[in-house]
Design a protein around this ligand. Structure first.
Ligand SMILES: Nc1ncnc2c1ncn2[C@@H]1O[C@H](COP(=O)(O)OP(=O)(O)OP(=O)(O)O)[C@@H](O)[C@H]1O
Length: 438
C-alpha cells in the first residue's frame, strides 16, 4: 500500500511496562474507569497509581509486554472493532495510537486528523467552560473558528449541555462530561475517530444516539476504531475486527468471522465453521458439533449464490452415546437487519428411531428463487430428547451467505431496464394465471 492507501499502519508494535518504574502515562485514568467507579474508588485508584501501589504484588522491575508484535493496516473509511478478553491490550493499543503512551518498539503511521474519546484529561481542559473546550478541541483538530462555529449548535444540541455551556467542565457530572466529549469528538470532522468503550456507560437512549452518530461518521467515509466488550454493538457498527489476546493480534477479518471466533474459539470463515480438531466442541454429552458449512449444488463451499441457485446448508455432528430417539437438527436463517426469515428442521424426521454413536451429516436445501438478494446469516442447532427436550448446541450467526441478483443473468430484468434492487426479504417465483374478460 502507498501512504494514501491506509489511514493507520502499525508494524511490529510492542509496548512494555516495567513494573516498579512509573511510566509517564500512569497518571492518566481512562474515561471508562472514571465513569464506572465511584468517586471514592477513583480517588483510591489515583492514590494507588501515584503511590505506585497499583501493581504492588508484581515483582519490582519485571518487564511485561502488554502489546507484542502487533501489525495491521486500516484503510480509510474502515470501521474496525477491537475486541478481546480483559487485559488483552485493547485500551493500551488506543493509548499508543493517540501517543498518550509511548510505544516501546515498532512503527505507527497515521494519515489524517485524529479525534479520540479515551481519557479524562486529554482534549478537555478542566478549568475551561464547555464552550471554550469545544473551540479548543476544534483548533487542536486544525479547524478554523468559522468551521467550529458552524458545528457548535449541533454539538451542544447532541450533548444536551446548553444550560452549562459557560460552566467549567470540572463541575460537570460524568454523564454530561461524556456526552460533551462524544459530541465534540464525533462532530468536529476528524478523519480518524478512536473510541474506547465509553458508549457502554450512560443510558440506553444515549447509547443509541451515539451508535447512530458513529454510523453517520462511518458513512461519511471516516475511519473509526472502536474498542468494546459489547459484541452486538461491534457487530452492528464495524465491518471488520481485530481480535487481541495477551497483547497479540490473533485474528483479523470480517466482523462476523472474528466475533464468532472470539465467542466459540472455532476456525471460521463465513461459509464454514469447523470444530473437527478442537478439544471442546459445542454440545453436550450426547451430541457435539463437528462442523457446518454452506455449499452449492456441486458440493463446493461458497459464500455467493445467484438468485437462480439452490443453497445447501449442512451440519455435521457426532452422536457420542446411543440416543433412543433421533436428534433434531435445525437451521435459523436471519437477514442482514436481524429479522428471522425462517427456522427449518426435517419435516420427514422420525423421532422413534434409535441412533447409534457415529458421525452424521444433515443437509437441507433452500430452493432457488426463494430468497431475495442480500446477505443472510445461519444459526445452527441440534436438539435431542434424552432428558426431555434438550438443545445440544445452538450457535446463532454461525455461517453466512450472499444471494446475488445478477442482472446480466436475468433476461426479464434486462428487458425491463430496471437495475435497482427489488424490495423484500423473499422473492418467490409464484404461479400466475392471467385471464381476460372476467
Ligand atoms: N500503566 C500500566 N502499568 C503496568 N501494567 C499496565 C498498565 N496499564 C495497563 N497495564 C496492563 O496491561 C495489560 C493490558 O491492559 P489494557 O487495559 O490495555 O487491556 P484491555 O484489553 O483494554 O482490558 P479491559 O478490557 O479490561 O479494559 C493488562 O494486563 C494491564 O494490567
Amino acid at each position: 500500500m502507498t501512504t494514501s492507501e491506509f489511514a493507520i499502519r502499525v508494524q511490529g508494535l510492542g509496548k512494555k511496562y516495567t513494573i516498579g518504574h512509573q511510566d509517564k502515562s500512569e497518571g492518566y485514568l481512562s474515561l471508562r474507569d472514571s465513569l464506572t467507579q465511584g468517586t471514592r474508588q477513583l480517588a483510591q485508584q489515583a492514590f494507588n497509581i501515584i503511590s505506585g501501589r497499583q501493581h504492588a504484588p508484581r515483582t519490582r522491575n519485571e518487564d511485561i509486554w502488554v502489546l507484542d508484535d502487533v501489525s495491521f493496516d486500516i484503510t480509510p473509511g474502515e470501521v474496525v472493532g477491537i475486541i478481546g478478553k480483559n487485559g488483552a491490550g485493547k485500551s493500551t493499543l488506543l493509548k499508543v495510537l493517540t501517543r498518550i503512551t509511548d510505544l516501546s518498539r515498532g512503527r505507527i503511521e497515521i494519515n489524517g486528523r485524529v479525534a479520540s474519546l479515551l481519557e479524562v484529561g486529554t482534549g478537555f481542559h478542566p478549568e475551561l467552560t464547555g464552550r471554550e473546550n469545544i473551540y479548543l478541541n476544534g483548533s487542536i483538530l486544525g479547524m478554523s473558528r468559522a468551521e467550529i462555529k458552524k458545528k457548535f449548535d449541533t454539538i451542544v444540541d447532541f450533548a444536551g449541555v446548553e444550560k452549562f455551556l459557560d460552566t467549567p467542565v470540572k463541575r460537570y457530572s460524568s454523564g454530561m462530561y461524556v456526552r460533551l466529549a462524544f459530541a465534540v469528538a464525533s462532530h468536529l470532522d476528524p478523519e480518524i475517530l478512536l473510541i474506547d468503550e465509553v458508549l457502554a456507560v450512560g443510558d440506553m437512549e444515549f447509547q443509541k444516539k451515539c451508535l447512530g452518530r458513529m454510523d453517520e461518521v462511518a458513512k461519511d467515509g471516516r475511519t473509526v476504531l472502536f474498542v468494546s466488550h459489547s459484541l452486538p454493538m461491534v457487530s452492528s457498527l464495524c465491518s471488520s475486527c481485530i481480535l487481541l489476546d495477551s497483547g497479540r493480534v490473533v485474528a483479523q477479518g470480517s466482523t462476523s468471522d472474528i466475533v464468532l471466533r472470539y465467542q466459540t474459539g472455532a476456525d471460521v470463515n463465513s461459509s464454514k465453521i469447523d470444530f473437527g480438531n478442537k478439544t471442546n466442541p459445542p454440545g453436550d454429552e450426547y451430541v457435539t458439533l463437528d462442523s457446518a458449512w454452506v455449499e452449492n449444488s456441486a458440493n463446493a463451499q461458497t459464500l455467493e449464490f445467484s438468485i437462480f441457485e439452490p443453497i445447501r446448508l449442512c451440519i455435521r455432528f457426532r452422536v457420542n452415546k446411543t440416543l433412543s430417539k433421533s436428534p433434531l437438527p435445525n437451521v435459523h436463517v436471519t437477514d442482514s437487519a436481524g429479522n428471522y426469515v425462517f427456522v427449518a428442521s426435517p419435516h420427514n424426521w422420525n423421532e422413534q428411531t434409535a441412533i447409534a454413536p457415529n458421525e452424521y451429516t444433515a443437509c437441507c436445501v433452500i430452493p432457488a428463487h426463494l430468497l431475495n438478494d442480500g446477505m443472510f446469516s445461519v444459526g445452527i442447532a441440534v436438539n435431542h430428547f434424552q432428558n426431555g427436550l434438550s438443545t445440544a448446541f445452538f450457535i446463532q450467526h454461525a455461517l453466512s451467505f450472499y444471494v446475488l441478483d445478477r442482472i446480466e443473468q436475468n433476461p426479464l430484468r434486462q428487458e425491463s431496464g430496471w437495475a435497482g434492487r427489488i424490495p423484500g426479504v423473499i422473492r418467490p417465483l409464484l404461479d400466475w394465471n392471467i385471464v381476460g374478460g372476467r
